[in-house]
Design a protein around this ligand. Sequence first.
Ligand SMILES: [Zn+2]
Length: 264
Amino acid sequence: MPELAEVEFYRRQWDVGLDAKVLQIALHPRKRIFRGTNTRSLVRHLTGTKLLRSTARGKQMLFEFSGENWLGLHLGMTGKLRVEPPAFRAAKHDHLVLRQARRSLVFTDSRQFGRVRFHHGALHPEWWPAELPQIGERTFTRSYFDRFLDRHRRAPIKAVLLLQSGFPGIGNWMADEILWRAKVAPARQTAVLSNAERAALLREVRFVARESIRTIGAEFSDPPRTWLIHQRWKRGGLCPRDKRKLRRATIGGRTTAWCTRCQR
Ligand SMILES: [Zn+2]
C-alpha cells in the first residue's frame, strides 16, 4: 500500500504536464473509483484547462487546474500515476486519462480501492484536509505530537502511528521503521512511554518521513541498506543492528516486525 514517499513519487509523475492544456479526457465512468463523483461535470469542467500545481497531504493528492478546478486522487492499494505518449490507448485499468498535446497523464488502479474526486470552486474542496499538520511542517510540533498521543493513551504505539488523523502518510512499513529506530517495542501502550522515548519517536517520525521522501519519493530508489525495511518481509529477516532474528506479530491489525533486544 502506498505510503508518504510513494505518494510523493507518483504525484511528481504528472509534473511534466504542468502549464499545459488538457485537450481531452477519457475515463471509465462506471468504475468504483469514481464513487460519489459526477464524471460528466469533471469532463466538462476540466477539458481545456491547464494543470497549475499539485500537492500531497498524507496519502491524498490534489491537482489544481485553471478555472477553479480541483482533482483529488487517492491511490488506495494499487493506484499509480504515469505518463504515456499523446496517442496512447488506455488499457483496462487506466481509469482516467488526461490528454495533452505532448503526452497523456494516466491514473491506473487495478483493485480500485483508490478514489478520484472532482471539485469546481474558488476554494479548495471541503474534503481536502488543508488544516491537518503534516510531518515536516512547522505546525507538526512536539506539543501537537504529545496531545495526539495523549488522546490515545490505551492504544499500542504502533496502532497510534498508523492513525492518518495524526500521522498523515505513515503506513505499516514506515511505522515499523520508526519504532525500530526509536528502540520502542510496538505493543507498548502510549501512556507508559517516557519523555525520552517520546522525543526519540518524534525525531524518528521526522527522519523516516524526510529520508524516504528523499529516496523513494524522488526516484523510487531504495532507502539506505541499514534500514529495517530491507529485512522486514524476508524469511529469517535479521535486525540490521545486532543481526538477531526479527519477531513478527499482528499489532494494531497489521503485521508488525521488530527486534526484541533493541526495542523495549
Ligand atoms: Zn536488534
